[in-house]
Write a protein that binds this ligand. Structure first.
Ligand SMILES: Cc1cc2nc3c(=O)[nH]c(=O)nc-3n(C[C@H](O)[C@H](O)[C@H](O)COP(=O)(O)OP(=O)(O)OC[C@H]3O[C@@H](n4cnc5c(N)ncnc54)[C@H](O)[C@@H]3O)c2cc1C
Length: 386
């Protein structure tokens, strides 16, 4: 299998690399410090077509695939993870459920604006009482036969892109009934922003991803038309498993970018910083550390591209996506720690990108399935059952 990029993907990579360096890098530190969503940068990403990368042209997309999305995410995260996660969540969690499971009407209504980055979509799965055990959803949706509307009640937490000025919809998972064995029937329902009874809390104060939007959402007798059901009633569990399998590849690409960004910054700093009369990079201890960091970023890249190639080819990719997510997030945390060490005291100062990378790395071992969940998935794929 050849993981070198086609000329088209290489051009995309270069374009996003340039954007990340010329537009994102000079501005993002201030947004991050102020915990502010970078609307102007996101608008520009929309104009570039990044939010439409893996979607068909008939809905305003770029006609690409998950490889293209991963390339863009990796290049953005080499410089900053807040903008990268805004894109990842906007595409993989916000728009992809509509693309995969929506009716033609739902796609026509939402996808063109989502692809253009004019609005952002969010995916509300996690609840205060549990994220890993997503089958334990407590949010409910009841179909009111008189009005033919879903009536939604419940709370979702940690939802990315859910409270920006340009958030257009949140797809929420809710229990819509019980199976004969008593297990919940979970369904996905589209809730447009601003629907009465749908409340968005203030942004969380987070350790990292400080220029991205994460909120708690409450639903108190929220009414949406029956036609807002996404796909079939009772298929929500299977839908979000698919969404998360694909999303893991995107997160793995993002984590690879962070790991590579740590190498970029460390090589630069090791040449500039002098101690004991010579650059710190002249010391083999530093050289070996950076060589290991490069090795880790490289293997993470191979892992996500392998999973993405399988997805694009229509082959099974569940195990490879979990392997890529587990490996790349571990590597991102390792590289962020080592890059900070190489930067000494300056590595602890927020004005240095590695400080931001350190703060942004930890969530990669938690979001879209923790490292423990990835190990559970891999073990299950190997035929080990508990
Ligand atoms: C910044 C941020 C953005 C997010 N964005 C979104 C979003 O857009 N949409 C969304 O739906 N969610 C989102 N999440 C939620 C995220 O996906 C969950 O936090 C994550 O899946 C873990 O769930 P939890 O926090 O409930 O932890 P828990 O499920 O409570 O897990 C706690 C710990 O127990 C471990 N654990 C649990 N079960 C087992 C087991 N069987 N064996 C071994 N260990 C176990 C976990 O690995 C973890 O270490 C976001 C979270 C954050 C922090």
């Amino acid at each position: 299998m050849d993981h070198r990029l086609s000329p088209e993907l290489e051009e995309l990579r270069r374009t996003v690399e340039e954007f990340a360096h010329d537009v994102v890098a000079p501005k993002i530190g201030d947004f991050y410090e102020r915990h502010e969503f970078p609307y102007e940068i996101v608008r520009e990403m929309g104009r570039m077509g990044l939010f439409g990368l893996p979607f068909p042209e008939e809905y305003g997309g770029m006609g690409g695939d998950y490889l293209a999305l991963g390339i863009a995410l990796e290049e953005l995260a080499r410089v900053d993870s807040s903008v990268a996660i805004t894109l990842e969540a906007g595409v993989s969690l916000g728009a992809m459920p509509l693309h995969l499971f929506g009716t033609d009407e739902q796609k026509r209504e939402w996808l063109p604006r989502l692809c253009a980055g004019e609005i952002l979509g969010a995916f509300g799965l996690t609840e205060p009482d549990g994220g890993s055990d997503a089958g334990a959803t407590r949010t409910t949706a009841r179909l009111d036969p008189d009005t033919n509307e879903w009536v939604i009640n419940g709370t979702k937490c940690f939802i990315t892109n859910s409270g920006t000025d340009i958030t257009g919809l949140v797809t929420v998972t809710a229990v819509t009934g019980r199976k004969p064995d008593g297990k919940p029937r979970i369904s996905s329902i589209i809730v447009p922003s601003g629907t009465p009874g749908f409340t968005v809390a203030a942004p969380y104060s987070k350790v990292g991803w400080n220029a991205s939007d994460t909120r708690e959402l409450s639903f108190a007798d929220v009414r949406v038309p029956a036609a807002n059901l996404l796909g079939e009633e009772g298929r929500g569990y299977a839908q979000f498993l698919r969404i998360l399998d694909e999303g893991r590849i995107a997160i793995a690409a993002l984590a690879t970018g962070l790991a590579q960004g740590c190498v970029d910054e460390s090589v630069k700093y090791a040449k500039e910083r002098h101690a004991f009369g010579r650059p710190i990079g002249a010391n083999q201890a530093i050289q070996f550390k950076i060589a290991d960091m490069e090795m880790k970023a490289h293997t993470a890249r191979l892992a996500w591209r392998d999973a993405a190639s399988r997805l694009v080819a229509g082959e099974p990719f569940k195990k490879e996506a979990a392997l890529a997510k587990l490996h790349s997030s571990t590597v991102a945390v390792d590289n962020a720690r080592d890059a900070t060490q190489i930067h000494g005291g300056y590595g602890f100062m927020n004005e240095y990108p590695v400080a931001r990378m350190w703060r942004d790395s930890k969530i990669l071992e938690i979001g879209e399935g923790t490292s423990e969940v990835q190990r559970m998935l891999i073990a299950r794929e190997l035929g080990l059952v508990g």
